[in-house]
Design a binder for this molecule. Structure first.
Ligand SMILES: Nc1ncnc2c1ncn2[C@@H]1O[C@H](COP(=O)(O)OP(=O)(O)OP(=O)(O)O)[C@@H](O)[C@H]1O
Ligand SMILES: [Mg+2]
Length: 329
């Protein structure tokens, strides 16, 4: 395999959380030693329930927040060694598309201005050609260029997310971090936006990190998938391995939730422990139907089931076999 376009190694983020005004800060391990790679033009899907650390990883990938430890490289840019100029280049290389297009778009700006703003910031074009460039980007994402004169509140949710994608594409990024890009949209619109993202990826060779709490969305889009729980990977592998032959009890719970269309943000029974009171042993033990005495004391390390498929589980739980198409509704 050629060198991966994105490489993340033992990435950690620890916040200090204070109780009360004069309380001592206590550590909250939001991301706790996460490693993965994404090949150029590929999609890595990150899935996990609320609070598992997905957006924290996204912010570090976007250089919006420094890592507490570990290494992160996108293209030729290593996050730990970005000077001012490097940071500028980095922000051009990796662009975000976030969950809620309405709050991401300034309500007082016309769509054309919203789309050309990143190009202005990066001084990519002469002012006289910016209008034409914005019109081009709007048609690229399937919008009528006359939309440039409208305001965000005049658009539907799906149209607003198309605007956010056009805005991201203006600086000709090589990678995009998509953090819950369709979670705020009606189910009928979700597939349209995901397919637009797929088409753009194919045409432009873009590399994606796609974040969702919905395994069906991740399965539809990704070549590799990592399943996150309390800031750590429980399972990581190719899409067909993780979604088609899930071996970790947590992934299996996510699949069951996805199939029955229950609220996927609460996939397994029981409460997610607070990241500030992580249990000794396996992080998932309190909700796991297979938990044994060993799981309460000994933390399972990731172990290989195949050259590409890893789980952090002491047990050999039989795979749940399910066709990826079944979840990729
Ligand atoms: N700035 C911060 N200060 C303190 N704790 C934080 C901060 N940002 C996130 N956290 C905590 O880190 C953990 C991971 O949060 P994160 O937002 O990354 O989760 P997520 O997987 O994106 O969840 P969701 O699906 O709800 O978006 C949570 O326990 C959260 O409360
Ligand atoms: Mg999030």
């Amino acid at each position: 395999m050629s060198a991966p376009f994105i490489a993340v190694e033992q990435l950690r983020k620890t916040y200090s959380v204070k109780r009360g005004l004069f309380g001592r800060g206590r550590p909250l391990h939001a991301v706790d030693g996460v490693s993965f790679e994404v090949e150029a033009g590929g999609t890595f899907g990150l899935v996990g329930e609320s609070g598992s650390g997905k957006s924290t990883i996204a912010r570090m990938l976007l250089a919006a927040e420094p890592a507490s430890a570990g290494r992160l490289r996108v293209g030729e840019h290593a996050l730990e060694r970005l000077g001012r100029q490097g940071a500028r280049q980095f922000h051009r290389t990796v662009q975000p598309v976030l969950q809620d297009p309405y709050s991401a778009l300034s309500p007082l700006m016309r769509i054309g201005r919203i789309v050309d703003e990143p190009m202005r910031i990066h001084r990519l074009h002469r002012p006289s050609v910016l209008d034409a460039r914005a019109a081009e980007l709007l048609s690229l994402v399937g919008l009528d260029p006359v939309m440039a004169r409208r305001y965000p509140h005049e658009l539907s949710g799906g149209q607003r997310q198309r605007v956010a994608i056009a805005r991201a594409l203006g600086v000709e990024p090589r990678a995009m971090v998509l953090d819950e890009p369709v979670s705020a949209l009606d189910v009928s619109i979700q597939a349209q936006i995901l397919n637009l993202l797929k088409d753009l990826q194919r045409e432009r060779g873009l590399t994606y990190v796609l974040i969702s709490h919905d395994l069906a969305v991740v399965a539809h889009m990704s070549s590799r998938v990592g399943v996150l729980y309390l800031g750590e990977f429980m399972e990581i592998g190719s899409r067909d391995e993780v979604v088609g032959q899930a071996r970790h009890p947590y992934t299996q719970a996510l699949i069951a939730a996805s199939e029955s269309r229950v609220d996927a943000s609460r996939a397994a029974a029981g409460e997610i422990p607070s990241p500030m009171e992580r249990p000794a042993g396996c992080p998932f033990q309190s909700r796991c139907p297979h938990a044994s005495a060993r799981c309460r004391v000994e933390k399972p390390a990731l172990r290989a089931l195949s050259p590409t498929h890893w789980i952090a589980c002491h047990h050999d739980v039989p795979a749940i076999r399910i066709a990826p198409e079944a979840v990729a509704a």
